[in-house]
Ligand binder design. Structure first.
Ligand SMILES: C[S@@+](CC[C@H](N)C(=O)[O-])C[C@H]1O[C@@H](n2cnc3c(N)ncnc32)[C@H](O)[C@@H]1O
Length: 178
């Protein structure tokens, strides 16, 4: 490969990441280890399935699958480059309880399971609330890093010790005020 073709290749990759970040209104920023540990601490012991809405490069889903081999973890990601990287990381990690699916979580007709985790953008949180209202079962838990779901009532709003974000905790069924 010539220097020019390497440069063109890198530019295409960066452009693809940027186009999807603009389209999805969400930058693929990973949840680092310390923050993942804080999120994992709020996943109830009896949980069987966890879905990461917008799994990015796979960091949070990988951390959960490693920490909790007793539960099945699914990451859903639409942006192709972060998705491809997360799939490669999952193959290398060889964790039987982890899968990544390429798709738009707003359009997938899929049970999100016992716990949904997300770290998205304030502009998409209304969509998250709408999707979960249609598909989530009573008693299921939502753990949203940094951004609240508009119109939902959190049972916990916890400042994170690993950074300046908060965790918003919701229980479906008692997520509406009153
Ligand atoms: C800030 S990253 C979080 C990554 C991961 N959850 C973590 O904490 O390490 C948010 C990701 O959500 C993805 N995303 C946003 N909207 C989406 C949608 N509707 N369907 C699938 N992925 C989406 C973005 O492409 C981005 O990679």
């Amino acid at each position: 490969m010539t220097d020019l073709s390497v440069l063109v290749f890198v530019m295409i990759i960066l452009a693809l990441i940027a186009v999807y970040a603009i389209r999805l209104r969400s930058v693929p920023m990973p949840t680092m280890r310390a923050a993942s540990d804080e999120i994992i601490a709020y996943i109830p012991a009896e949980t069987k399935t966890v879905t990461d809405f917008g799994s990015g490069w796979g960091d949070l889903a990988l951390a959960i699958a490693r920490a909790r081999p007793d539960l099945q973890v699914t990451g859903i990601e639409l942006s192709p480059i972060p998705f491809a990287v997360s799939r490669m990381r999952a193959v290398l990690a060889a964790l039987p309880n982890l899968e990544f699916i390429r798709g738009d979580f707003r359009k997938m007709d899929r049970d999100p399971g016992d716990v949904v985790v997300c770290f998205l953008d304030p502009r998409v949180m209304v969509d998250v609330g709408d999707v979960l209202s249609q598909r989530m079962g009573k008693g299921s838990i939502v753990i949203s890093r940094a951004f609240a779901i508009p119109g939902w009532q959190a049972f916990g709003e916890v400042p994170m010790t690993s950074g300046s974000d908060r965790l918003y905790l919701y229980r479906f069924g008692s997520h509406k005020p009153g």
